[in-house]
Design a protein around this ligand. Structure first.
Ligand code: NAD
Length: 235
């Protein structure tokens, strides 16, 4: 437990957490940029290309092969960081979690105020008629998942590269960050835009970065803690 971090949390009246894939690596979901992250694994072309809108339209079969293998992780459970954040919200301390993750683990831990900048694998909609499908439908289908009602492609409600962020989510995240007095940034390389750009809306006094590796936000932070977020925040 880091005393400086705990003091900042104790003093805060409106704390917000901004996170990314590193929050879920301890739950067994690989991130994109660490040594053993998704991007270094063997695949026909770089995963960053596969999960782009143009690739999805060009080769949905290969998109879903990658998606099922790498982005839907079965039986992942929230880790210590997810649980601590949920407890901080329940205690009235944490106002919101803004996440780039699509795994739903913050909600699984009990967090309610979660702005999912990149959507969620748990929601899937037919591109033809809009019908909803749970994640299991994608998981248990083969090839390109099709709508039972109209035959349209069932697309995960996940923001692909080249796609715009949902405006309502973006506005909610900006409002939360702008109103925070303490912003904890954790488990994110801050390499993905526009998500990483949201940090500029923070006008509070205390910025804390908890990450395994250095980030562009370190220079402007009041506290930088390098290491595993589950251990640092979760204790
Ligand atoms: P990223 O892979 O670019 O960066 C992850 C960062 O977390 C790295 O800096 C790494 O050093 C750090 N990290 C890894 N494990 C950590 C740990 N246990 N404790 C502390 N730090 C740790 O991820 P990003 O910044 O979120 O951006 C990548 C994009 O990938 C996002 O848009 C996100 O939607 C998507 N993504 C999501 C998931 C998920 O939902 N779990 C998984 C992979 C990728």
């Amino acid at each position: 437990m880091d005393q400086r971090l705990e003091r900042l949390i104790a003093q805060s009246k409106s704390m917000v957490f901004f996170g990314g894939a590193g929050v879920s690596t301890e739950s067994g979901i690989p991130d994109f940029r660490s040594q053993d992250g998704l991007y270094r694994q063997q695949w026909s072309c770089p995963p960053e290309q596969i999960i782009s809108r143009s690739f999805f339209e060009r080769d949905p079969e290969e998109f879903f092969r990658f998606y099922r293998a790498k982005l839907i992780v079965k039986a992942a459970a929230p880790g210590a960081a997810h649980r601590r954040l949920a407890a901080l919200e329940a205690g009235g301390k944490l106002r919101a979690v803004v996440t780039q993750n699509i795994d739903g683990l913050h909600q699984a831990a009990g967090s309610r105020a979660v702005w999912e900048l990149h959507g969620s694998v748990l929601r899937n909609y037919c591109m033809g008629c809009g019908r909803f499908y749970p994640v299991e439908y994608i998981e248990h289908s083969t090839g390109v998942p099709r709508c039972e009602a109209c035959g349209g492609i069932v697309k995960p409600d996940v923001v692909l590269y080249e796609e715009a962020l949902d405006e309502r989510v973006l506005e909610g995240a900006v409002r939360a960050i702008a109103a925070a007095d303490l912003l904890i940034v954790g488990g994110t390389s801050l390499a993905v835009y526009p998500a990483a750009g949201l940090l500029r809306y923070f006008g509070g006094s205390e910025l804390v970065v908890i990450n395994a590796t250095p980030t562009p936000a370190d220079a402007g932070a009041s506290l930088v803690l390098q290491g595993k977020i589950g251990r640092i925040l979760g204790e």
